[in-house]
Design a protein around this ligand. Structure first.
Ligand code: PLP
Length: 449
């Protein structure tokens, strides 16, 4: 064990990690990264197939983004964002408003995805309180949702494995079934359904809309809940219902934003315009931490008043709108234009899809789902009965270990093996990753079965 790893184990507590596992499966020390590859201290490389937790967009070590950060660093690194402002934040806010769909007109910056969600929840809540609709105190979310790890974000999330222990701390929210087609909550098939899974939400809004501030959703891809990819018609119906019953729609594009699904924002697939949009991760292409919550003029106006009226939004973080992060974000948006990133991926998305479809024949592959540069397979013990592997079987860990042997970083979500690829990946790299992913699943399947 190298002295660095010894010290890592001595001093560091890693996120989403059972530290006891690290005694046997040592953390990998990354020394450099370029494009879609990470290199460890011994020179071995790994394809970063999950974009370093879904944030890298244009590949690692991109000269333009690096240059933008360095340039800003030569001016100043940080400044408080109340009473003071700076050009990178102003320019970025203008670009985000131009880029996002609908009537989003104001940008509230923060520094991570969970916080961008907290901000949307708090703004929506304060909006209704402020306009005198005092009974509106609750939120509606999906039972497989994941919106982050702060208490508010967890209160509207549903992944029990992560959240169960904290439940006594949560504020009350309504949960409705997720549009999980492979395990349809209404017992239907996609071919014979009329998006019936939206009915529970419709009933809830019909009965309780006067208690509800907002519905919060991850548009089209419920990421950490299992890369559940759902029909755009569901999103359309939710927008119609939230309008009909006069509650806000918060779209959490933290994972799906910035090209992941083939469009800049996932909600564009459905032509849906939210009242709040939460952004982070890909906003800086993974170079610096940044969060942003966008909202409408109407909502902003409800807070705009004489100071004595106590309508101020009292929320802020020390690193709000960090200038280095804003500069990275602007550079990333420029790279989108200069490299024609979105039209580039349009050519490789069909390849990704067809390579994923090949996995359907494997004995333990129950479902294959893809959208844009995201793809997932759901492993099941029994294909007919869709019986999942048990938690204790740790199928994901086996896949992870086998992936590393083949130079691919796979970090399954339980039984869900997924790729969340940097948009800069080349065709031949996709072919390498997908064919090896196939072999990993085949091998682990054989040894498990
Ligand atoms: C949809 C979604 N929202 C929010 C978050 C939380 O973001 P962060 O980890 O930056 O707090 C995540 C993180 O995975 C996410 O996928």
């Amino acid at each position: 064990m190298s002295k660095w790893i010894e010290k890592d184990l001595k001093y560091i507590w890693h996120p989403y990690t059972q530290m006891k596992d690290c005694q046997k499966l040592l953390p990998i020390l990354i020394d450099k990264a370029k494009g879609v590859k990470l290199y460890d201290d011994k020179g071995k490389f790994y394809y970063d197939t999950i974009s370093s937790w879904w944030c890298n967009v244009h590949g690692h070590n991109h000269p333009k983004i690096k240059q933008a950060i360095k340039k800003q660093l030569n001016s100043f690194e940080h400044v408080l964002f109340a009473g003071f402002t700076h050009k990178p934040a102003i320019a970025l806010a203008e670009k985000l408003i131009q880029l996002t769909p609908g009537n989003l007109r104001k940008v509230f910056f923060s520094d991570n995805g969970s916080t961008s969600v907290e901000v949307a929840l708090k703004m929506s809540f304060q909006y209704w309180q402020g306009i005198g609709r005092k009974k509106r105190k609750k939120f509606v979310s999906l039972d497989y949702a994941y919106h982050g790890d702060t208490i508010g974000a967890m209160s509207v999330s549903g992944v029990d494995l992560f959240n169960a222990v904290f439940k006594p701390l949560f504020f009350q929210s309504f949960k409705v079934p997720s549009p999980y087609c492979y395990r349809c909550p209404m017992g239907k098939q996609r071919t014979n359904c009329n998006i019936d899974c939206v009915k529970p939400l419709e009933n809830l809004l019909n009965n309780k809309s006067e208690e509800i501030c907002a519905v919060i959703l991850e548009p089209l891809v419920m990421a950490a809940g299992g890369m559940i990819i759902y029909p755009k018609e569901y999103l359309n119906k939710v927008r119609e219902l939230t309008k009909k019953y006069g509650v806000h729609l918060i779209l959490d594009e933290v994972a799906t934003g910035f090209g992941r699904t083939g469009k800049m924002f996932a909600c564009e697939h459905a032509g849906v315009k939210p009242d709040f949009m939460c952004l982070s991760k890909g906003i800086t292409s993974g170079y610096m931490p940044l969060g942003a919550t966008l909202t409408t003029e109407k909502i902003y106006r409800a807070f705009y008043a004489d100071y004595e009226k106590k309508k101020t939004f009292y929320h802020g973080h020390t690193y709000t709108a960090n200038p280095l992060a804003c500069s990275a974000a602007i550079a990333s948006l420029e790279v989108f234009k200069q490299e024609n990133t979105l039209s580039g991926i349009r050519k490789i998305i069909p390849l990704l899809r067809s390579e994923f479809e090949k996995m359907r024949v494997l004995p333990y592959v129950g479902d294959v789902r893809t959208l844009g540069m995201i793809g997932a397979v759901e492993l099941v013990k029994d294909k007919q009965k869709k019986k999942p592997f048990k938690f204790e079987e740790r199928i994901g860990l086996k896949i992870y270990k086998e992936g590393l042997k083949r130079n691919i970083l796979l970090r399954p979500l339980g039984n869900i093996i997924y790729l969340f690829l940097p948009l800069s990946i080349k065709k031949k790299e996709i072919l390498y990753v997908l064919s090896n992913c196939y072999k990993v699943i085949e091998k682990v399947g054989k040894s498990t079965g």
